[in-house]
Design a protein around this ligand. Sequence first.
Ligand code: HEC
Ligand code: HEC
Ligand code: HEC
Ligand code: HEC
Length: 157
Amino acid sequence: MLKKGLLIAAVVAFIVTGSIGGLQAGTDVADTLMMKNDYPHKKSIVTFTHKKHSEEYGTKCGDCHHDADNKPLNDLKMGDDVQKCIECHKKPGEVPKELKKEWKDKKVKKKEKDRLSREFHAEALHDNCRDCHKKHNKKTKTKDAPTTCAKCHPKKE
Ligand code: HEC
Ligand code: HEC
Ligand code: HEC
Ligand code: HEC
């Protein structure tokens, strides 16, 4: 059964992309993602409605996806090669407390601190998700977009 399924998938891929190798070219994305990048998690896993964000909430690809120069990728299309955030924001989790203290002691400037923070994956995600949510709520005078920990990381049973 499995083999047959794979064969059908390969044939479909062949028809769609014109080659088997084409399967590797584009990146697919589920409508709803479980944000569970490959590092140990202290908090519960965030559910991210990718499709709703890009189709219902009026956010553009480039509001979240950018290139190595932080230039927004507004012309991105499904099926393009898309890098995961963690390929650039490489360090796992949030900034460790000790490092924050070190930056404070060294009087690292805010702008530089923000940049260094975003080398950490969770900080880059928080900056992206939360900043837009805050702006949205302010503009609409609502609390439609979640900004508190438990709204994104639901309490574990
Ligand atoms: C708008 C949604 C959102 C809010 C609000 C939010 N987070 Fe996150 N958080 C995320 C996403 C997305 C990730 C990335 C997880 C991944 O991809 O693995 C993340 C990752 C993390 C991580 C690293 C992974 C882990 O579980 O150890 C920690 C720690 C964390 N968040 C803590 C918090 C805390 C504390 C708050 C409140 C002050 C908070 N978050 C608020 C979305 C959110
Ligand atoms: C609101 C933010 C946001 C918007 C808008 C958005 N994306 Fe994403 N997209 C993400 C996040 C977050 C991920 C998960 C990446 C990760 O885990 O590192 C992702 C993942 C993807 C992936 C899968 C990447 C992989 O390697 O797994 C593709 C493909 C993708 N997005 C394409 C698009 C396209 C095309 C658009 C515009 C039509 C778009 N995205 C709009 C945030 C967004
Ligand atoms: C190809 C490498 C690359 C990828 C992939 C990437 N980033 Fe970035 N990102 C950067 C660079 C470089 C900067 C600029 C340095 C900085 O300010 O942190 C940046 C900046 C940011 C900023 C600050 C934006 C600003 O102008 O204030 C946020 C937030 C962010 N990235 C989140 C994300 C998220 C979320 C994803 C995945 C959807 C992602 N990044 C994918 C390289 C990347
Ligand atoms: C550019 C703006 C923008 C960015 C970036 C963004 N969001 Fe949102 N998000 C919204 C808006 C707007 C809403 C509220 C829509 C409404 O209910 O009217 C929302 C709602 C949500 C909700 C509640 C409704 C639902 O669909 O589940 C969650 C959870 C959420 N966002 C998670 C995230 C996470 C996680 C990220 C980062 C990976 C993120 N968002 C990035 C604009 C954004």
